[in-house]
Write a protein that binds this ligand. Structure first.
Ligand SMILES: Nc1ncnc2c1ncn2[C@@H]1O[C@H](COP(=O)(O)OP(=O)(O)OP(=O)(O)O)[C@@H](O)[C@H]1O
Length: 276
């Protein structure tokens, strides 16, 4: 379980990115973090893994107070948090298998990883994970020969090879087409359920968030202005999070597009709910 209490972040520039964030993420819960650009979503995720230092407050993962850690203890705590990034962050010239195994870099020690010798159990687990994410045939391919969706699957397998307690996911679908985006979100959701893993997913696509998350947290100007079930995210709440917009008109336009067969069916209306 992850617990944030009174977390504040003010950047040296004076920008106040987070104000008194209170958040508890139980095991197994998939939480989507939504909000306009600059709301503080990335800052929040990065405070959890300490890529950004919170200015004040407490962040606990299980029994560990993350804000007090440094050096070796911090590296160990970070291994308990699998990161999945927007741009996949793969090493292009390495194979799919090598990229997945790099998820164990921190655990196998410098020389072993330098020589690219991984323990047999890591290799077996990497095979298993690549099969689970749908890439058993691509093990020997170079990462730069993969499609965006396949690259993200490699990123997911790599994060899981760390055997994390929590997934921190930053815009996983930002550069993917609508169908692939849905597949990736569905995969993340299924894996979280299978492994009883909590996830915080920073995502701009509200329809995807509604469809695949158990819970939605809306940030605006560094504050939580919504925290609830996806069904509770109505036009009024969207206005609170994003500001004034004709959300009803958007729903209608999407409905019409779908009815007339324009645009991919995957373009969901804001009104749709439930995971598929
Ligand atoms: N390294 C930094 N130095 C100074 N200010 C920063 C830095 N990173 C972010 N900020 C500021 O903190 C606030 C929150 O930014 P953040 O990137 O966390 O928002 P976001 O919701 O993730 O936005 P986006 O959806 O565009 O990625 C913004 O005002 C931003 O300008």
């Amino acid at each position: 379980m992850l617990t944030l209490s009174k977390v504040n972040k003010r950047y040296p520039t004076g920008d106040r990115a987070l104000t008194d964030i209170e958040l508890t993420l139980p095991r197994g819960q998939v939480m989507a973090l939504i909000g306009p650009s600059g709301a503080g979503k990335s800052t929040l995720i990065r405070c959890v893994n300490r890529l950004v230092e919170p200015t004040s407050g407490s962040i606990r993962l299980g029994d560990t107070e993350l804000t007090r850690l440094s050096g070796r203890e911090l590296r160990r705590a970070r291994r308990a948090m699998g990161m999945i990034f927007q741009e996949f962050a793969l090493v292009d010239r390495l194979t799919v298998m090598e990229n997945v195994l790099s998820g164990r870099l921190g655990q196998v020690g410098f020389w072993r990883s330098f020589l690219r010798r991984y323990p047999a159990d890591a290799v077996i687990e990497a095979f298993r994970l690549l099969e689970r994410v749908g890439l058993p045939h691509a093990i020997d391919k170079r990462a730069d020969a993969l499609s965006g969706g396949q690259r993200q699957r490699v990123g997911i397998a790599r994060a899981l090879l760390q055997d994390p307690q929590l997934l921190l996911v930053d815009e996983p679908t930002a550069s993917l087409d609508p169908k692939t985006s849905r597949q990736i979100m569905r995969l993340i959701r299924e894996l979280c359920a299978e492994r009883d893993l909590g996830a915080i997913i920073n995502i701009h696509d509200v329809a995807l968030a509604r469809q695949f998350a158990d819970r939605i947290v809306g940030l605006r100007a560094g504050e939580i202005v919504f925290d609830g079930r996806p069904e509770a995210l109505d036009a009024e709440t969207l206005t609170t999070i994003y500001g004034e917009e004709e959300w009803g008109a958007q729903e209608q336009a999407d409905d019409e597009e779908t009815a007339h067969g324009h645009g991919p069916a995957a373009r969901l209306t804001l009104a749709s709910g439930g995971a598929s």
